[in-house]
Design a protein around this ligand. Structure first.
Ligand code: FAD
Length: 442
């Protein structure tokens, strides 16, 4: 079957205009499928969230969508990942992105900046009517009439349903599309770790392109990386996360009191006695205008992401702990794979192939994330050298340290040679046509 034939008539509704939903709209358009409407629950896409990382696999996809230059201008190309003891000693360092042999960089970027780039391109390429904000999907039904299968999607405040040939659930970890597919699943699962996160205008540290992970498993851990180059004052925006483990263990998330803003004073006591020579973590945290507190949550892998003409993508399909810096990246890869399959196959075949290609891979990632590796090794360092060290090889042998590299590979999911050699998910050539939509407004 040739790409595009008759495909422009496919009416596709995407629920959720996060990183996954917006990239899906761009990917479908680039693949010649541009009869696409996005509905987003928020009335306005505001600059919320903090920093996130784009792994080279995702940067490749965004570059092939024509966004490479814009990304390079807005993000920091992460060159190194370093693990440190809470007294500063270097445990492990490894190159990232191009320095690690990938043809594409790894980027650290403010989520809102990335979302803005994607949103602007959706508006430019698909038109201003492609995104409807302030519309929350509340449910959907599969429908069949005269041999044609479709979905009726119900949206709060709209009296009539949206009718589409395919509903893509990119509606995040509390996905309504997922809840309709799996009505007995219940809320996300919390692993007992609380994440305090913020953005601070602060001096850069090390080479200004390094992500550092400081601390140990059993008590407290901090992750810090820049999401902007230094400005004229010599300061940059540092994204930081402090993880603290509660005694509660695994459970469902308490319904209230999460996702809330607190003061830096709630975080700083957890870092008493820490001294990192190259980074004033206390001053960095104290400089944050806002500190947000989140539970570290995910969901179990699913037996299928497809039900009839509805399909899951991104966090709706496979929410990952942020410890692997991979949630947004995997949503972007999902988007490109789904669009590629839809451009080349009939809908049922495309959905089957998408599910087969992406679900097992992300299930493996989810399992690797849940192990929280290499935290047990960091914990071992803390146990063996609570007061620090001058040379990590006095604490752990080389082969143990090399295990850290294996851990970071497991949560990243690809290696440089594999990604560099893989063929593209781009669909060459495209045609554009308009097609009538059945929406409540006409
Ligand atoms: C507000 C916010 C801030 C975040 N901040 C960070 C961060 O700082 N760092 C980080 O690493 N990750 C952050 N994340 C998570 C990260 O963006 C995702 O893990 C990753 O990008 C995968 O994105 P996604 O598009 O699948 O899901 P999400 O990014 O969660 O996007 C889902 C979108 O769907 C919308 N939506 C939800 N329900 C409905 C519905 N019923 N109908 C219509 N629309 C709906 C949401 O408003 C949201 O815009 C944040 C997510 C959100 C929503």
């Amino acid at each position: 079957m040739t790409p595009h034939s008759g495909k422009n008539s496919l009416r596709i509704l995407i629920a959720g205009a996060g990183i996954g939903g917006l990239t899906t709209a761009l990917s479908l358009h680039a693949a010649g499928l541009d009869n696409v409407v996005l509905i987003e629950a928020c009335p306005r896409l505001r600059a919320v969230g903090a920093g996130l990382n784009l792994q080279p696999a995702a940067v490749r996809e965004l570059t092939e969508l024509g966004l490479g230059e814009e990304l390079a201008a807005q993000a920091v190309a992460t060159a190194r990942l370093e693990y440190h003891h809470r007294h500063g000693g270097l445990i492990w360092a490894e190159p990232r992105g191009r320095r690690a042999g990938y043809r594409w960089p790894q980027y650290s970027v403010h989520r809102a900046r990335l979302q803005r780039i994607l949103l602007r391109e959706v508006t430019r390429r698909l038109g201003p009517d492609a995104l409807i904000t302030g519309r929350r999907l509340t449910g959907y039904e599969q429908h069949r009439a005269g041999g044609r299968r479709s979905v009726r999607a119900y949206v709060a405040g709209d009296p009539a349903p949206y009718t589409c040939d395919l509903l893509i659930g990119a509606d995040g970890i509390n996905s309504v599309v997922r809840a309709v597919m799996y009505p007995r699943e219940g809320p996300p699962i919390w692993n007992g770790i609380c994440m305090w996160r913020g953005l601070s205008h602060a001096p850069p540290f090390l080479d200004g392109r390094t992500m550092v992970i400081v601390g140990c498993n059993s008590r407290v851990k901090a992750v810090v990386y820049p999401v902007s180059p230094p400005d004229e004052s010599g300061r940059c925006t540092l994204n930081w996360v402090v993880e603290t483990r509660s005694a509660a263990g695994r459970s469902t998330v308490p319904p209230a009191d999460w996702d809330c803003a607190v003061g830096p004073g709630n975080v700083l006591p957890h870092l008493a006695g820490w001294r990192i020579p190259f980074l004033d973590l206390h001053a960095t945290i104290a400089a944050a205008p806002r500190v947000l507190r989140y539970p570290m949550i995910d969901r179990d892998p699913l037996p299928a992401w497809v039900a009839g003409r509805a399909v899951l993508l991104g966090d709706a399909a496979h929410p990952l702990y942020p410890t692997g810096s991979n949630g947004a990246s995997q949503a972007i890869v999902d988007a490109r794979v789904l669009a590629h399959q839809l451009a080349h196959h009939d809908v049922d075949e495309a959905l089957t192939r998408y599910d087969r290609l992406r679900r097992p891979e992300t299930a493996r990632l989810l399992t690797a994330h849940r192990r929280l590796e290499p935290d047990p090794l960091l914990h071992q360092v803390e146990m063996l050298a609570p007061d620090g060290f001058s040379d990590i090889r006095d604490v752990l042998p080389d082969h143990k340290l090399a295990d850290i590299r294996a851990c970071t590979r497991k949560v990243t999911g690809v290696d440089a040679a594999g990604l560099n050699a893989r063929s593209s998910w781009s669909v060459p050539g495209r045609t554009v046509s308009a097609c009538a939509w059945s929406t409540p407004s006409g």
